[in-house]
Design a protein around this ligand. Structure first.
Ligand SMILES: Cc1cc2nc3c(=O)[nH]c(=O)nc-3n(C[C@H](O)[C@H](O)[C@H](O)COP(=O)(O)OP(=O)(O)OC[C@H]3O[C@@H](n4cnc5c(N)ncnc54)[C@H](O)[C@@H]3O)c2cc1C
Length: 381
């Protein structure tokens, strides 16, 4: 089989790229070593508002979560929210199945149970080892430890956070209006712990920086009296690596492009990568189509100039690596500068200075008939 484009990895980046490529008229296939769409999920799957703006996802696959409750190590907390902004937890496996259907309906072949083990360039075509496929372009959307990057001499990710997560059956103790985020040098050095109210389950996890060992059991014990995890049934457990060194320098060579985690396109600060996977997945496919069908500029060059620098997030990542000791975090959480810094990280702007009327309207919309968050400046815990 000779294709215009072969994509390795049928996840957020690869499936969105496949849909765009097929819709533009390319002969495209995606391969993935997983046995079926939605198998072996390794992510919490929370979408930031901007990810929803990238592609229109059916509402029934998501749950809107308008605020963030940020906890100090001693479990005192502040509520953060920003009118007009929200996070969306997802039925992640169903979302990946939907993305697969979308790609197929656009005309892409999505083939599960096929692993990329290597390939080589020959006369303008890329041949895969052990699979009867040749292709004019190859996109590596194969995640944090990309085999495509290794095979074609592109940069590998070198810095990672290690994330672990347990899914619990829904319980009343986790207020569903908030993403619950926990700062702690003891339990989540270099990152945070979280409890996310998904559409069907509560996802509780944490990530730790390079070389540290995540201990979710200790965090669950620390928060047991507040949330009562022991009375909830465990549905699933997962773990995975999150690249945190920022975008890689060399992510393209003739005929080969990396996207998503494979290219290091993950926020070094929050560890969120799905939005960038959607955005650059679409763009990469569109550049390949423009080149092959319209004689447009080489996609290798265009994609590289698209790379988000994420400079300030890289700087903050360095600061995060030196997580302050827990007593200092306890003191800092309720201060104005800390709140504003947190609002910038979560919402990309501060709610400080939001017009009073707009704020009131937003409260009415999000919290109609429910207990309202303490107040926009107040402590709740
Ligand atoms: C614990 C955890 C929680 C996270 N939570 C969030 C979150 O809430 N929100 C967010 O935005 N981001 C989150 N992230 C990051 C996010 O999951 C990634 O940025 C995102 O999944 C990247 O998508 P991708 O398509 O680039 O790669 P991936 O989702 O990693 O997919 C790679 C695909 O390639 C396939 N593959 C790999 N090697 C091969 C091969 N050799 N041959 C064939 N197929 C192959 C894999 O099976 C997989 O399907 C989290 C990450 C972790 C680990």
């Amino acid at each position: 089989m000779v294709l215009d484009l072969l994509i390795v990895g049928a996840s957020f980046a690869g499936l969105v790229a496949a849909k765009t490529a097929a819709a533009r008229g390319l002969d495209v296939a995606v391969i993935d070593s997983k046995r079926e769409p939605g198998a072996n999920i390794r992510t919490t799957g929370i979408l930031v508002r901007e990810a929803i703006d990238e592609i229109d996802i059916p509402a029934h696959l998501t749950r809107k979560v308008p605020g963030v409750r940020l906890y100090a190590p001693n479990l005192s907390s502040v509520d953060l929210f920003c009118p007009g902004y929200a996070f969306y937890t997802t039925r992640t496996a169903a979302l990946l199945r939907w993305l697969t259907d979308e790609a197929r309906e656009a005309g892409a072949r999505v083939l599960y149970g096929l692993r990329f083990d290597g390939g080589s360039t020959d006369n303008g075509l890329i041949r895969l080892d052990g699979i009867d496929i040749q292709t004019r372009y190859l996109i590596g959307a194969d995640g944090a430890r990309s085999r495509v990057a290794k095979c074609f001499g592109l940069n590998p990710n070198r810095r990672f956070l290690t994330g672990v997560e347990t899914e619990f059956e829904t319980g009343d103790s986790v207020d569903p209006r908030f993403l619950h985020c926990f700062l702690s040098a003891a339990f989540a050095p270099g990152h945070i712990a979280w409890a996310a109210p998904g559409p069907d389950v509560i996802q509780v996890g944490l990530a730790v920086g390079n070389g540290k060992k995540p201990d979710l059991a200790a965090f669950l014990a620390h928060t047991e009296s507040r949330f009562g995890w022991r009375s909830m049934k465990i549905v699933e457990r997962r773990s995975g690596l999150i690249p945190c060194g920022g975008p890689l320098r060399q992510t393209a060579s003739p005929g080969v492009l990396l996207i998503g985690d494979a290219a290091g396109w993950v926020s070094p600060l929050t560890g969120g990568g799905i939005r960038l996977a959607f955005r650059h997945g679409r763009r990469a496919a569109s550049y390949v189509a423009d080149h092959l069908l319209n004689g447009g500029a080489a996609p290798e060059a265009r994609l590289v100039s698209d790379v988000p620098p994420l400079r300030w997030k890289r700087l903050l990542r360095r600061a995060f690596d030196l997580t302050p000791p827990d007593p200092l975090l306890n003191l800092a959480l309720s201060t104005g500068p800390m709140r504003r810094a947190a609002e910038l990280v979560y919402f990309h702007r501060s709610a400080h200075g939001v017009d009073r009327d707009a704020y009131q309207k937003w409260l009415d919309l999000e919290y109609a008939g429910q207990a309202r968050p303490a107040n926009r400046l107040g402590k709740t815990g």
